[in-house]
Design a protein around this ligand. Structure first.
Ligand SMILES: Cc1cc2nc3c(=O)[nH]c(=O)nc-3n(C[C@H](O)[C@H](O)[C@H](O)COP(=O)(O)OP(=O)(O)OC[C@H]3O[C@@H](n4cnc5c(N)ncnc54)[C@H](O)[C@@H]3O)c2cc1C
Length: 405
């Protein structure tokens, strides 16, 4: 069969744009279709991105694509006690995703990829053996037409409807998503620290964030467990919705209570395990579509880009061999499950254990914990911290033993 392109990528977010940049850079004919009229718009994100090795090595984020650089985090207990965590690993940016996502797409175009906005993938086309070989798409809702390629990459984000047609199990369980609401607000005077507030009364099974931006602005948002609204065991907030909880926090915050809102939006993000397979014959799935999101904070930009790099490297080899079977594409999945897969699995375990901790126990934990404990906790080395917690409050062992057994 003669194809129109070597690869079709569905979605021009960080995952799809990164994949397209690397694959097109190696000479592949790559087309990206995105249903949005404008790349990166509307923004549905807190816009925080940590410095990862990958980004440091590969890309230098230009001014204009980020609002401010970040030095670290202030983590706040239910009773208001704060721990400030600043080290090399906590540096990053609060982005301007409107320009950041577009910049990533422009880099892909510079390498030879073609990006088509306002172009929605409607249906996955399949050959006589049922293997994907193209898409039915529409530009602006008009006259659907077919485009073909031997490799289809789903970088569709949370919706992932085309991935489902390819046979990937992308349906979300309510327990494993956070429902979110966010405002961009001004004025908010701040240091270059992101602020994360924890507690069942503030953000049951989730957290509330203030991510500062330039010109005394801030993204002020909340994510709460998807089941919170009908599970009284989780915080007892029957009927809890993210927006009223966020409004309540803002009303009680000295700085924010009189601030203006410049933007408001809601969204959902997965905080569960990645899907069970990332490749099938002639197709791959990358980024948030594959649920490659940090279960602790719901961050997915860096992971999406990382998956884009890995998957593109393997796609290039498959293209050289003209062999797009699952066995060949599996190298990408193997790489991801080696790193960062195990770290994400530990973070998921931490999320599941922490959701059983009461506000009183959380206050106690924050009292004992220091800035020095945070790298081991986030790195998945729980034993020393658990030992410290349990020494002062043995009853916590019943909950925290899940982290060390
Ligand atoms: C409220 C909220 C706050 C967040 N805050 C942060 C944060 O501070 N830091 C962080 O790292 N992450 C954050 N995230 C998560 C982050 O936004 C995602 O993980 C990230 O955007 C994933 O990138 P992606 O490329 O995989 O998918 P996306 O960025 O979602 O891109 C998917 C693209 O696919 C397109 N698409 C989907 N279906 C089709 C179709 N059928 N046809 C054509 N195009 C299609 C969409 O239009 C979209 O442009 C947040 C999420 C939410 C909801």
């Amino acid at each position: 069969m003669k194809y129109d392109h070597d690869v079709i990528v569905i979605g021009g977010g960080p995952a799809g744009a990164t994949f397209a940049r690397i694959a097109a850079g190696a000479g592949l004919d790559v087309i990206v279709v995105d249903k949005r009229k404008e790349i990166g718009v509307p923004v549905r994100c807190g816009e925080a991105l940590g410095v990862t090795e990958l980004i440091k090595e590969g890309l230098d984020i230009p001014k204009g694509c980020y609002s401010i650089p970040i030095d670290g985090a202030r983590i706040i207990a239910p009773n208001g006690k704060a721990i400030v965590w600043k080290d090399q690993g906590t540096k990053g940016w609060v982005l301007e995703r409107k320009t950041f996502d577009k910049w990533l797409c422009e880099l892909a175009v510079d390498k030879g990829a073609r990006i088509n906005t306002y172009t929605r993938a409607l249906e996955v086309l399949k050959d006589e053996k049922g293997k994907p070989n193209g898409l039915k798409v529409t530009h602006g809702g008009r006259d659907p037409f077919d485009i073909t390629a031997p490799l289809i990459v789903s970088a569709e984000g949370m919706e992932s409807l085309m991935a489902r047609q390819m046979g990937f199990k992308t349906v979300h369980a309510l327990y494993d998503i956070d429902t979110c609401y966010e405002y961009e607000m001004k004025p908010y005077v701040h240091e270059n620290l992101i602020e994360l507030y924890f507690g069942n009364a503030i953000a049951p099974r989730g957290y509330l964030w203030i991510f500062p931006k330039a010109d005394r602005k801030a993204n002020v948002g909340i994510g709460i467990g998807g089941l919170v609204s009908n599970d009284e065991k989780l915080g007892g907030l029957k009927g809890a919705q993210p927006k009223p909880l966020l409004d309540q926090f803002i009303k009680n915050n000295e700085q924010l209570k009189d601030a203006s809102t410049l933007l408001d939006f809601g969204g959902v993000i997965t905080v569960g395990a990645p899907i069970n397979e990332f490749v099938k014959d002639n197709c791959m799935i990358i980024g948030t579509a594959a649920k490659q999101v940090d279960p602790i904070h719901g961050g997915g930009i860096g992971l999406a880009m990382e998956a884009g790099v890995m998957a593109a490297g393997v796609a290039i080899k498959a293209h050289e061999k003209k062999d797009y079977r699952k066995e060949v594409l599996f190298e990408y999945e193997k790489q991801w499950r080696t790193h960062p897969g195990p770290t994400m699995a530990k973070r998921l375990l931490l999320r599941k254990v922490m959701e059983k901790v009461s506000d009183d126990d959380m206050n106690y934990i924050f009292n004992i914990m220091t800035e020095r404990d945070l790298p081991s906790i986030m790195g998945g080395n729980f034993a020393p911290v658990v030992a410290k917690m349990v020494a002062g409050r043995p009853q916590l062992l019943a909950i925290l033993r899940g982290l060390v057994s």
